[in-house]
Write a protein that binds this ligand. Structure first.
Ligand SMILES: C[S@@+](CC[C@H](N)C(=O)[O-])C[C@H]1O[C@@H](n2cnc3c(N)ncnc32)[C@H](O)[C@@H]1O
Length: 303
C-alpha cells in the first residue's frame, strides 16, 4: 500500500488531452512495479486521473476501486477514447452517484467530478469485475486479462500439440497460465518461469499453476533477464495498449531466441496473418511450421 494522501494516476492519459499532476503514483496493473488499487485503503487517495480501460466490466471495476480508495470530495478526472468506452463514461459515473461534468477533446470524453460521500453500486461493480473461478474452464481469471472467459483457440491448439518437454523453461506472456500448466504435465520439466506484463494475469496464474516448479514474474518481457533456458512456450501478443503491434510479437521471438541456451526449443502459436517466418528464420538455427489450421500456425524453432 502507498502512503495516505496519495495523488493517483491509472494508465497513461495522453498529455494533449489532460494534465497529470507531477509525482502522481501509478496504479495500472499493466505497468510492472505500479501500486495496486486493490491494496489501497478506503479514502486514502486525494485525487485520481484515469485513462479508463475499454472493457465494460473491467472499466466499472477500476472506477469502483478508485471511488472506494478516494477520500470523500476528492477530485477525479476519468477519460477514454470515444470508441473505447468514452461515450459510456458519463452514465457509468452517474450510476455510481457522481455529479460530473463532461467534455470532449481529441476523440476522447473526459469526465470530471468529486467522490460522493456514499458512492452507489461499488460492491456490485467490484464483484462483477473482480477475479473469479470460471466454472466451465475450472480456472481463475478476471475481466481485462487476455481471453478472460474463454479458452483462446490458439492456446488450445498449442496445448493439444505440445510434445513432452524437459529442463528449465519459460512461458512468455503467460496470461492466466494455461500453457505453463500444460508444460508442467511433463515430469522432466524442472522449472518454468511464467512472465506477463499484467499483474492480474500473474495473480490468476498463481492460483491456476499450483506447482513448486513454477516461478512467477510480473515484468515486461522486453526487459526481463532470462537466459540459458531449455524451452520456451508462447502465444505471442500482437497488441500493445489495444492497438495491433507486430513489432511486439517480433520482439517476443527474438527474446525467446536470446533466452534459450544452445539446443533449446521454442514452441509458439501465432495468428496466420502475422509474418513470423521472416523473424524466426534469422533468430533461430532452424524453424519449422508444425501445423496450420483454423487461422493459426504452430512453429517449432531450435537454437
Ligand atoms: C496472446 S496472450 C497469451 C496468454 C496466454 N499465454 C494464453 O495462451 O492464454 C499474450 C499475453 O502477453 C502479455 N504481454 C503483452 N505484452 C507483454 C510484454 N511486453 N511483456 C510480457 N507480457 C506481455 C499479455 O498481457 C497477454 O497475457
Amino acid at each position: 500500500m502507498t502512503d495516505a494522501a496519495t495523488i493517483a494516476v491509472y494508465g497513461t492519459p495522453p498529455a494533449e488531452v489532460v494534465d497529470v499532476p507531477s509525482g502522481a503514483t501509478q496504479f495500472s496493473p499493466l505497468m510492472p512495479g505500479a501500486s495496486s488499487l486493490e491494496q489501497q485503503s478506503d479514502g486514502s487517495l486525494v485525487a485520481m486521473t484515469m485513462l479508463a480501460p475499454p472493457g465494460t466490466l473491467e472499466r466499472r471495476y477500476v472506477i469502483a476501486q478508485a471511488l472506494r480508495a478516494l477520500a470523500p470530495q476528492a477530485p477525479f478526472t476519468i477519460l477514454a477514447p470515444n470508441d473505447r468506452g468514452g461515450t459510456r463514461l458519463r452514465k457509468e459515473l452517474q450510476a455510481f452517484g457522481c455529479a460530473i461534468e463532461e467534455s470532449a477533446r481529441r476523440h476522447h470524453r473526459i469526465v470530471i467530478g468529486t467522490r460522493p460521500e456514499k458512492p452507489a453500486g461499488i460492491a456490485d461493480a467490484l464483484e462483477q469485475g473482480g477475479p473469479r473461478l470460471i466454472d466451465d474452464l475450472g480456472v481463475w481469471s478476471q475481466p481485462g486479462v487476455f481471453s478472460w472467459d474463454r479458452l483462446d483457440p490458439g492456446t488450445a491448439m498449442l496445448i493439444a500439440h505440445l510434445p513432452p518437454l524437459k529442463g528449465r523453461g519459460a512461458d512468455f506472456g503467460c496470461g492466466i497460465g494455461l500453457l505453463a500448466h500444460a508444460a508442467l504435465a511433463s515430469p522432466e520439466v524442472t522449472e518454468i518461469t511464467l512472465v506477463d506484463i499484467d499483474r492480474r494475469a500473474i495473480e490468476c496464474a498463481q492460483h491456476n499453476v499450483g506447482d513448486a516448479r513454477a516461478r512467477f514474474l510480473w515484468a515486461d518481457l522486453r526487459s526481463a533477464d532470462l537466459t540459458g533456458l531449455d524451452f520456451v512456450v508462447m502465444n505471442a501478443p500482437f497488441h500493445d495498449a489495444g492497438a495491433e503491434d507486430k513489432s511486439l510479437a517480433q520482439q517476443f521471438v527474438t527474446r525467446a531466441a536470446k533466452a534459450l541456451g544452445k539446443g533449446g526449443v521454442c514452441f509458439m502459436v501465432a495468428n496466420r496473418h502475422l509474418p513470423y517466418e521472416a523473424i524466426l528464420k534469422p533468430a533461430f538455427k532452424r524453424a519449422e511450421l508444425m501445423i496450420e489450421t483454423g487461422g493459426y500456425k504452430i512453429y517449432e524453432a531450435h537454437t
